[in-house]
Write a protein that binds this ligand. Structure first.
Ligand code: PSZ
Length: 525
């Protein structure tokens, strides 16, 4: 039986529900509840059942966090099932895991509509930077001076608000990658990549022409989808990569069949992504060989596609392939790839939609490459709250309206991001991530030694960690059982489990998780 769609069910496809511009009243009442609600310890981990206890039981150290999971039903519970039926009347709800109570969710804990409180190590597909209902963000919402930013969403490209230059400087520009002074905001990750690709093509064609003036033929042919106005150019991407689901991005996405089936695509070059052995430090020689093989293939493809009349205008790559199974490559690989792009005149685009925002222990994953000039374009979304991309000066489109849409982002997200960055700096969250990430990875190493038939290839950078399970069915079962015990995880790749907690995930959350996870693993031995 052909089951290409089955693995998708294991992908914890929580719909993106971002803290939108809800009524001021709601924000205010939430704040007062946050302040008055004493943390009730309704749940104690049953230490007797735990097989992995390296630390004392978890203790809440964040005043806006709960101090443990609390499960009342299996998930989805009866109320979730009722709502699923109701929503199912108007849309496909096959991917919905359960319905959430975002009012009661706090810190690292997501609460569902049946009153189950779960430690969230997946955070809305890696997109919640500092946990649920962070007091700093609620306060920002409650500030009357910010009200108009939430109520009046502008068409930013033509009518930006007065404070926009300041706010973008305070937020995105304050974390601009090395060598990049410019940023374009967009709505989501796909939209950001789509426009980043267009910028690379526009840059490439102007470079080919040697000037910015298209010919009469360019102008007439572009309207009927013909060359030279619509030039035969390509973007080189990597097998296992994920860059979004819109049609240009989808041509560079190669992680799962479900994303691609039945949708026309471009014939663009696809290079192999290194398939490394873990732990990386133990296989440096083998891994270096594997990376060299892939780099050689990249250069071959660039040459072949040029000969074919479809030159590579840009290379797009994730610093860690996420949807494709948390595949890592070394800083050396990325430095050499950057060199190849430069040598062949291709733009180099690091897609940091999932890796950006601090979970690798640095704000950008490409910082681990140690380069002053890491890329021509860095795209982002998820934890940055707004989508968009940073770019080097020469990638600036030469005319207005070449890169454009109605909203071009959302200034309210920049307000939130500025505050998120304040919290990250004030609370040294990148250091916390490095610390809890080490505890998490060490724990995974221990568990894979304890359950060698079940787990393998533990890997990670910061809390951006993953481990492989022996097969997809076991992985899916483990994900559901862990959830019923109060921990939300995600799947990725063929049979991997990935960890994407918020930046406020501490050591004691790690140990809480490891205790529960080891119980579940013991049941699946
Ligand atoms: O199934 C899906 O559509 C998913 S699940 C996770 C994602 C998409 N991630 C989004 C993503 C990403 O991880 C990288 C590296 N690049 C681009 C995207 C696309 O972002 P969105 O989903 O905002 O369009």
């Amino acid at each position: 039986m052909n089951v290409w769609w089955l693995s998708e069910a294991s992908h914890s496809g929580l719909t993106h529900v971002l803290l939108s511009a809800a009524a001021l009243v709601m924000a205010t009442s939430l704040i007062s509840r946050q302040l008055t609600l004493s943390l009730q310890n309704n749940f104690r981990l049953s230490a007797a059942g735990s097989r992995y206890i390296s630390k004392a039981a978890a203790k809440a150290q964040l005043d806006y966090d709960y101090d443990g999971p609390l499960m009342k039903t299996t998930v989805p519970g009866p109320r979730s099932q009722e709502l699923m039926k109701q929503l199912g009347e108007v849309q496909n709800v096959g991917a919905v895991n359960f319905f959430c109570n975002y009012d009661d969710s706090r810190g690292n804990y997501l609460v569902d509509v049946d009153g189950n409180r779960m430690l969230d190590l997946y955070t809305q597909i890696s997109s919640i930077p500092i946990g649920y209902n962070h007091p700093a963000l609620l306060k920002l919402m409650a500030n009357p001076n910010n009200l108009s930013t939430f109520v009046n969403r502008p068409a930013l490209g033509i009518l930006p608000p007065e404070n926009f230059p300041d706010k973008i400087t305070e937020s995105l520009i304050s974390v601009a990658p090395s060598g990049m002074t410019r940023v374009q905001t967009m709505a989501c990750g796909s939209c950001s990549n789509e426009n980043a690709f267009k910028s690379m093509f526009i840059w490439y064609r102007n470079k080919e022409r040697g000037h910015n003036s298209p010919s009469e033929e360019d102008l007439s042919t572009c309207m009927i989808n013909q060359a030279p106005g619509c030039p035969d150019l390509s973007i080189l991407s990597f097998m296992g990569g994920f860059h979004g689901r819109t049609m240009g991005c989808l041509a560079t996405t190669h992680s799962k069949i479900i994303h691609k089936l039945d949708v026309p695509s471009f014939d663009w070059p696809i290079a192999p992504f290194p398939r490394l052995q873990y732990p990386l430090e133990e296989f440096t020689r083998e891994n270096a060989q594997e990376e060299a093989r892939c780099l050689e293939e990249v250069e071959d493809l660039i040459v072949k596609w040029r000969q074919k009349g479809r030159p590579v205008a840009g290379i797009v790559i994730e610093p860690i392939q996420a949807e494709g199974g948390d595949n890592h490559a070394s800083p050396d690989f990325f430095r050499k790839l950057r060199g190849i792009a430069r040598k062949h005149g291709c733009a180099f685009h690091a897609d940091e939609v999932q890796t950006g925002g601090g979970s690798t222990g640095k704000f950008w994953a490409h910082e681990h490459w140690g380069m002053e000039d890491p890329a021509d374009i860095v795209s982002f979304s998820k934890k940055l709250l707004s989508g968009g991309y940073f770019y080097r000066d020469e990638l600036q489109a030469d005319k207005p309206y070449r890169i454009f849409n109605t909203w071009m982002g959302d200034p309210s997200k920049n307000l939130f991001l500025a505050e998120v960055l304040n919290v990250i700096r004030r609370e040294n969250l990148l250091e916390e991530v490095a610390r809890s990430g080490k505890a998490l990875l060490d724990g995974l190493y221990d568990l894979q030694a304890q359950f060698p038939g079940l787990l393998s290839r533990a890997r990670g950078q910061g809390t951006f960690c993953a481990v492989d399970v022996c097969d997809a069915a076991t992985r899916d079962r483990i994900l559901l059982q862990t959830r019923d015990k109060g921990v939300i995880l995600g799947g990725c790749g063929e049979s991997s489990i990935r960890f994407r907690p918020a930046l406020i995930f501490r050591d004691y959350h790690v140990h809480l998780f490891l205790n529960i996870f080891s119980d579940v693993l013991a049941h699946n031995k």
